[in-house]
Structure formats: C-alpha cells, structure tokens
Design a protein around this ligand. Structure first.
Ligand code: PLP
Length: 466
C-alpha cells in the first residue's frame, strides 16, 4: 500500500514511511493511494474474532508488505493484552436502539490508547529494522499525550516530547503525563491553548533543518497509522449488531476529527455505516459546518470536555480531500485560504455530500452535566463528559430502524470534578492507577514561543543521546 499527501507535493511513501513521517513535508496529511474494500463475505468472516485478531486483519491492507502479518498479529496481541476488559471494546445497551461502546479500558483510560498502544510497538519494530532513532513531538489537550507517553515510555529508539496547554488539562490527564519517570519522556507546559500547542508542533515540522536534525516524528492524530488503528472497533461494534446485513450509525464525540474519520474509513472499506453523528462542545466549528457550511474559526473556550476544546480539526483535511474528489491542488488551496482568512470555503456540492452522511450536534457544559445526570438516573451508567456528549448526540438524532452506537472515549474517573458536579460521585480510578495522586510530577514550563520550545526539545534529545 502506497500513501499520498492531501496536498500533492510530498513523496509517495509506504506504511512504514508514513508512520515515521507523521505530517507530510508539504503540510498535508497522508492518505492511502486507494481504499481497500472488503466484500460482504469478507466482513462476515471477521465476525466472532478476538479483538486483537480483528485489529491485525483490518490493519493488514493498510500495512501492505511493510510488516509481515505474523509480526502485526503479535503487535496487536501485545497492544491489547494490558486492557482492563477481556472484550477490549465492550458494547453495552443503554436504551432501545442505543448502545455505548467503551473505548477506555487501556492504560490511560481514554480511547487514544486503542491506537497508541499499537503505534508505540510499530515504531519500535520499524525503527529497529531501519537502525534509526526518532524524536516524537506532539501537542495534546490531555489524552493524546498521556497515551503516547504510556505507549513509548522506556522504548529504546524514541524520545518523546509532549506539549500541553498549561492549566487546561484535567489533573488526572496532567498527572498521567508528568508522573512517568522514563528518561525518554519529557513534558512541556505551554502558556497557551491546545491550538497554540498544535501550531508549535506544526511549526517545528515546517522548520526543515530542525526537523531533519532531530528526526522529528508525530504520533498525534495526523499520523495515518493512528487513524488506521481506530478502524477495527467500528467493525467490532457493527459486526456485533448485524453488519454487513444491517446498517449501523455511530455517534462520536469529536475534536481533531481523527476518531470519526476512522469510522468514515470503515465505511469506505465497505462496512454498512448509515450515519455518523459528530458531537461537539461549545467549540462547535464542525457542528456549524454541518449545519450551515460555516467552517470559520472562533477562539477556543475551555469546557468540561477538554479533549474536544479544539477549533482546527486537523483530520478534517482528509475528508475534504475526498469530498473534493482527491484534487490535491484544490485541497491545498482551500487549506491555504483557511489559514489566511479563518474560513474554510467548501464548495456547495461537497458540503451536501458531507451532510448526507454526517450530522452535527453541539452541547454546552450545562447540557453535558444534565445528560450525565439524566443517564445516571435512568440507567445507573456513569458517562464522562466527552462520552455524554456523544450519547446526547445519538439521542438527539435517532435513525429509524438503525442501531446507534455512541462511542465512550474516556473513563469517568478521568474527570472526577465534572462527575461530582453532575451526580455527586467521584468515580474511583481502576486499581492500576490508584496511586496516581501520590506519584511525583516532572515537567518544564515554557512561553508560547517557537525558539524557546525548539531549544527545549534539542536539549532533551542531546541529554538522552549523551
Ligand atoms: C481525543 C479525544 C476526543 C476527540 O477525538 P478526536 O479524534 O480528536 O476527534 C474525544 N474524547 C476524548 C476523551 C478524547 O481523548
């Protein structure tokens, strides 16, 4: 399998190449040159497999001949072995026609572990084979950073530097990053928002000499391998609920558009997904886009669902590329216009095509707390603020005759303050994280300034190389 950039000006690469490259050199995102499609019989043959087996089989078409299947199978086996539920991604029924799929049983209690646990091991394998090291830099609004750190701590061939917006992640999220003592892990608390952190990471990648000197690599959701590793749980849920014979809808609490894009990819591969509901908090650029074709930037506001406090949803570019019939020049121009004007111009037919599948939904903090309370009262189920937005979105947009799966993206114990406000309870951390509040923290504070951040990254890598 070969990969091309959405902006058409970067080298074509294989799976290992895009894994290590992250963002393409032209600022675009890598996508497969063509989409693998499974027949109904092939989907049927995947029913009833263990999750790690399913994951390996669905990753294989994207990996191509870059990694042998036996290795891929072993990587998936190890990646999900440490999860806190034997089904890995359990499906629970909440109401008539409504299910929740829990994606938070990994080491850091958020869905980012689903892909990151695979990614850390893929990096090890590919770098070992190539005899190379890389520096992974990433921006996080909370969950990506902790998942990357959990997946890479102590690995021989990677240094990891994670930028988080100071004071804008929950304490559990921060501690999951800053209490990891491995020498190859560094945390930088930036005086700014998540978008500032993301811009700093993009700027480091755009600084060609710096990028080459430090052999930069990314594991945030722009990395194609992460999207690919998020496809299997959509298949697991849909197959359990009757696919390929029956269409299924998914509701996805969305920030960077990586998770819901993986659902789109599953559909592109032939899984019968009839509707995708995109849940947003008050940072509602995607909901505005789907309602009115209004993709315009507004300032980021902190909410109870910090992993969705995002204005630029980077992965949207991959969908845009498809909506524009894979016209890289048009995608490039649209993204350049977005940068310049703060407004993404999507042609009317492309927007119509998007709204035929995607529905937007927005819920503010008061609504989120009310939904957590309502759901807990009705079913006893405690959903974290992100998951509650997805569940509310699914309830607001039922599709007649189609089962809807709301994906639960974080464990409620990650957001104890919000849970206490909603239901008067602080959900306990699972036993494996019970001493999190006692572990010492380690991080560096920095201004929102590229030169300062680059100096810190360089110092970290030199220290570890010495
Ligand atoms: C990252 C995250 C999201 C948003 O996912 P995207 O792939 O960025 O759209 C939602 N909920 C939680 C808990 C997350 O960690």
């Amino acid at each position: 399998m070969r990969y091309v950039s959405t902006r058409g000006q970067a080298p074509v690469r294989d799976f290992s190449g895009v894994l290590l490259a992250g963002l393409a050199e032209d600022g675009g995102l890598y996508v497969p040159q063509s989409w693998p499609v499974l027949s109904a019989a092939e989907w049927r043959a995947l029913r009833g497999l263990s999750y790690d087996e399913l994951a390996a089989r669905l990753l294989l078409p994207f990996v191509g001949d870059a990694i042998p299947f036996a290795t891929l199978r072993a990587i998936c086996g190890e990646a999900y072995a440490g999860f806190g539920h034997p089904a890995v991604v359990p499906l629970l029924q909440l109401d008539t026609g409504l299910w929740v799929q829990e994606l938070f049983h990994g080491p850091t209690l958020a869905f980012k572990d689903m892909a990151m646990q695979v990614l850390g091991r893929l990096f090890d394998h590919v770098l070992e084979a190539a005899g190379r090291r890389v520096t992974i830099v990433g921006a996080t609004s909370g969950d990506t950073g902790s998942a990357a750190i959990a997946a890479c701590a102590g690995r021989a061939r990677v240094d990891v530097v994670i930028l988080h917006p100071e004071g804008r992640t929950s304490e559990v999220q921060r501690r999951q990053m800053t209490t990891v003592a491995a020498p190859n892990i560094s945390n930088i608390a930036v005086a700014g928002t998540f978008d500032d952190c993301q811009d700093l990471v993009k700027a480091m990648f755009a600084d060609a000499p710096f990028r080459a000197e430090l052999r930069l690599s990314a594991v945030n959701s722009i990395n194609w391998a992460r999207v690919a590793a998020q496809v299997p749980y959509y298949a697991a849920a849909a197959l359990a609920l009757g696919a390929p014979e029956r269409e299924v809808a998914f509701s996805v609490p969305t920030g960077n558009f990586g998770n819901v894009l993986a659902a789109w990819v599953a559909r592109r591969m032939g899984l019968p997904i009839g509707r995708l509901i995109v849940g947003a908090n008050r940072n509602d650029i995607l909901a505005r886009f789907l309602a009115d074709n209004d993709m315009s930037l507004r300032g980021v506001e902190a909410s109870l669902s910090p992993s969705m406090d995002i204005q630029v949803s980077s992965n949207f570019e991959r969908l845009l590329f498809e909506l524009l019939d894979r016209d890289a020049a048009a995608t490039h121009a649209a993204m350049a216009g977005f940068r310049a004007t703060g407004r993404l111009a999507v042609p009317e037919p492309a927007w119509r095509q998007a709204t035929a599948l995607f529905t937007g939904f927005r819920l503010d903090d008061a609504g989120t707390l009310a939904e957590i309370r309502r759901l807990h009262g009705a079913t006893g189920y405690a959903a974290d603020p992100h998951s509650a937005i997805g569940i509310a979105a699914a309830r607001a947009h039922p599709v007649a005759g189609m089962p809807t799966v709301a994906v639960a993206t974080a464990h409620p114990a990650k957001f104890p303050d919000a849970m206490e406000r909603a239901i008067g309870l602080r959900p306990p951390l699972p036993a494996r994280l019970a001493d999190l509040y006692q572990r010492p923290e380690r991080y560096t504070r920095a201004p929102n300034d590229l030169a300062a951040i680059e100096a810190l990254v360089r110092a970290t890598v030199q220290r570890n190389a010495a």
